[in-house]
Write a protein that binds this ligand. Structure first.
Ligand code: URA
Length: 227
């Protein structure tokens, strides 16, 4: 039987859907976000500090995985009643920005399998369309950490979950991890997938007319990959 777990993330205020968890807003976390939001931050610093936040988010995502009792013997010859993870996990990044989160996942989960999904806007229908996916063969039997740094309208994330569910992954085995969310995107996404947990670092004010998150940090891919 899986044990109850106590994630450190919070899901207040009341306006936030119950499946959404934010990192504790410590002064340190706010300082990290202030650096990556600042338009004068160099690419090197953006990389370094966004990686620090990604690491915190991935660790928090792992706190939401179930554990089972596990007993080990320590070198002192004494038995220790501990726990072990219940199931296997994998990561799936939504290309291209989600790729930036893969290293953070690998740092904490050695030799973790990572799949990829590429979704782009269909020029004819203006709807998000699947262009490419490569997923672990046994993904239906794994917990999936879905990676995308910015949840704006929620369109790509919804499509990505559709793809995962078509591959047999139950909704409640997916944990979506992102750095910044818009309230609109969160509402749409969580209404569609109420059993899917979202771990977000920060919920911002909203979207502008170009569907960028504000205050946000601009285009994540551009900030990360372009000088
Ligand atoms: N993607 C980004 O990179 N930034 C946004 O603000 C929204 C989507």
């Amino acid at each position: 039987m899986p044990l109850e777990h106590a994630p450190t993330s919070q899901n207040t205020p009341a306006s936030v859907p119950p499946s959404v968890f934010t990192l504790p807003h410590t002064a340190q976390l706010e300082a990290l976000y202030t650096i990556i939001r600042d338009k004068t931050t160099s690419r090197g610093d953006f990389l370094f500090y966004s990686d620090r936040i990604i690491r915190l988010l991935v660790e928090e995502g792992l706190n939401h995985l179930p554990v089972v009792p596990k007993t080990v013997e320590t070198p002192t010859g004494v038995t220790y009643e501990g726990v072990g993870f219940e199931g296997h996990i994998c990561g799936v990044s939504i290309l291209r920005a989600g790729e930036a989160m893969e290293a953070g996942l690998r740092e904490v989960c050695r030799s973790v399998r990572i799949g990829k999904i590429l979704i782009q806007r269909d020029e004819e229908t203006a709807q998000p369309k699947l262009f490419y996916s490569k997923l672990p063969q046994d993904i239906a039997h794994r917990y999936v950490l879905l990676l995308d740094p910015m949840l704006a309208t929620g369109g790509s994330a919804i499509k990505a979950v559709e793809v995962l569910m078509e591959h047999g992954v139950p909704e409640d085995r997916i944990i979506f991890i992102n750095l910044i969310s818009s309230p609109e995107g969160l509402k749409t996404f969580s209404a569609k997938y109420p059993a899917l947990r979202v771990i977000t670092g920060w919920i911002d004010q909203g979207l502008n007319e170009k569907a960028y998150i504000v205050p946000g940090l601009g285009d994540f891919g551009e900030r990360r990959y372009c000088e």
